[in-house]
Design a protein around this ligand. Structure first.
Ligand code: F6R
Length: 364
C-alpha cells in the first residue's frame, strides 16, 4: 500500500535515501570501503570506449554517467536515446563497453538497441531494476539497482539508484584504467556513503518546494536550466513536470539560453534552475541574472554554500546540504522530482497514472 502517503509517487520519493543506501550496500565492500563489481567477462582496463543508451529518465541518468566516466575515468563516451542510437548506425569499436539503463528491463527501444550493439561485438552491461527481465537475460553483466518495485508511472527512486550504480561503475573503471589512486577513491566512496543521510535532509525543504509549486502551477510554460552534470538534472525535472502535471517544460543548458530561448522569457515563464556551488556556479548565476533582467522569475535549487549568492537574485530558493561535486547531481534530483509532484497535486491530476502513459513501454 501507500503507507499513508497520498500517492505511490510520494511514497517512492521518500524512499530515495533507503534505495541509495541499499544500492551502495550491494556495490561497496563495508570493510575495505572499496567498490566491488561482479565478475566481468572482459577486462575493464582494456575497454576503448563506452556507448550509453536508454530512454526517458534512464537516458538522463546515462547523461550524468557520461560526465562521470569522461571526467573521472577519462573514458570516451558516446550517448544517445535508444530509439535514435539504433538507426544512427554509428561506427563502433569492437570490445567497447555498451551501457544500457532501464528500470523495467522491458523497454522495446532499449532492448532493440541492446541487440544491435550485441551484433557489433560490444560488451553489454545493463543497469536494471527488474533483474529477471528480458534485457537481463540478454546482457553479459547485470548491475542491479536495489530500488524495489516502482509503482508510480513516473520514475523517481529508480533514477537515483541508477545514478548510484553508475557512480560506482565510474570509480571501478577509473581505478582499472589507472586514473584514481587509493586516496582519491576513498574520497569519492565517502561522498557516496554519506549520501543517504544528506538525501534524508532534503525532506526538511518540503515547505519551500511547495511554495515554488504555487508559482509553477500557474504557468503554461516553464524553463529548466543547469550546466554540466546539472543539465541532465534539469532535463529530468522538465520531463517529470510535463509527464504528471501536463505543464509544458523545456530544459536547456544554461549557457545555451542566450542562443534562443531567452526570447521566451517574461513574467509568465518561470525559470527553474539547479545551481549548487561548484566550478560552474558563477557562470550559471550570470545566466540567471540575464533571465531576471528580462523579467524572468527565478526558482532556484542550491546548497548551503551557494545560498547567500542565490538569495540575492532568486524569488524563491530551496537550500540543500553541501556535498562533494561528484554526488551533487544525485542529491539535486530529489527536490526537482518533488517539485513536479507537488505541482501535479495542486493541479489534481492522476499523479500515479498520468494520461497516455504506461509503466513499461513495450512498443517501438
Ligand atoms: C519518466 C519515465 C520514463 C522511463 C522510460 C524508460 O518518469 O518513467 O521516461 O524512464 O520509459 O523506462 P525504463 O527505465 O523501464 O526502460
Amino acid at each position: 500500500g501507500k503507507d499513508g502517503y497520498r500517492h505511490y509517487m510520494e511514497k517512492e520519493l521518500h524512499e530515495h535515501p533507503l534505495v541509495i543506501g541499499q544500492t551502495l550496500q550491494r556495490m561497496v565492500d563495508p570493510a575495505s570501503r572499496r567498490v566491488i563489481l561482479p565478475e566481468l567477462p572482459f577486462n575493464l582496463a582494456e575497454v576503448p570506449r563506452a556507448v550509453i543508451t536508454a530512454c526517458g529518465s534512464a537516458f538522463f541518468a546515462g547523461m550524468i554517467g557520461r560526465y562521470w566516466l569522461e571526467e573521472i575515468a577519462r573514458l570516451p563516451v558516446d550517448i544517445d536515446v535508444a530509439s535514435e542510437m539504433r538507426y544512427r548506425n554509428p561506427p563502433l569499436t569492437e570490445g567497447s563497453l555498451g551501457l544500457l539503463i532501464s528500470q523495467s528491463g522491458e523497454t522495446a527501444d532499449t532492448l532493440a538497441a541492446l541487440r544491435s550493439l550485441r551484433e557489433k561485438a560490444i560488451h553489454i552491461v545493463s543497469v536494471l531494476n527488474v533483474e529477471h527481465s528480458t534485457m537481463a537475460r540478454e546482457s553479459d553483466v547485470v548491475l542491479g539497482t536495489v530500488a524495489g518495485p516502482e509503482i508510480s508511472v513516473a520514475s523517481t527512486k529508480a533514477f537515483t539508484a541508477q545514478l548510484t550504480v553508475l557512480a560506482c561503475l565510474t570509480i571501478a573503471t577509473a581505478r582499472a584504467r589507472g586514473k584514481l589512486d587509493t586516496l582519491a577513491e576513498e574520497h569519492l566512496v565517502s561522498a557516496l556513503l554519506d549520501l543517504p543521510s544528506r538525501a534524508a535532509e532534503v525532506f526538511n525543504q518540503t515547505d519551500a518546494i511547495r511554495a515554488m509549486a504555487q508559482v509553477v502551477v500557474e504557468a503554461r510554460d516553464v524553463l529548466y536550466l543547469g550546466r554540466g552534470s546539472m543539465f541532465p538534472v534539469a532535463m529530468e525535472g522538465a520531463l517529470k513536470l510535463k509527464e504528471i502535471s501536463y505543464i509544458h517544460a523545456e530544459a536547456y543548458a544554461a549557457g545555451e539560453m542566450k542562443h534562443g530561448p531567452i526570447s521566451l522569457i517574461d513574467r509568465t515563464v518561470p525559470i527553474v534552475a539547479t545551481v549548487p556551488s561548484n566550478a560552474l556556479f558563477e557562470k550559471t548565476l550570470s545566466n540567471l541574472q540575464e533571465a531576471k533582467a528580462r523579467g524572468g522569475r527565478l526558482l532556484v535549487f542550491t546548497d548551503t554554500k551557494g545560498a547567500e549568492r542565490v538569495s540575492a537574485i532568486a524569488e524563491q530558493m530551496v537550500v540543500l546540504p553541501h556535498v562533494h561535486d561528484f554526488v551533487a547531481p544525485i542529491l539535486q534530483t530529489i527536490p526537482v522530482q518533488m517539485l513536479a509532484y507537488e505541482v501535479a497535486v495542486l493541479k489534481g491530476t492522476d499523479v500515479d497514472q498520468p494520461r497516455n502513459l504506461a509503466k513499461s513501454v513495450t512498443v517501438e
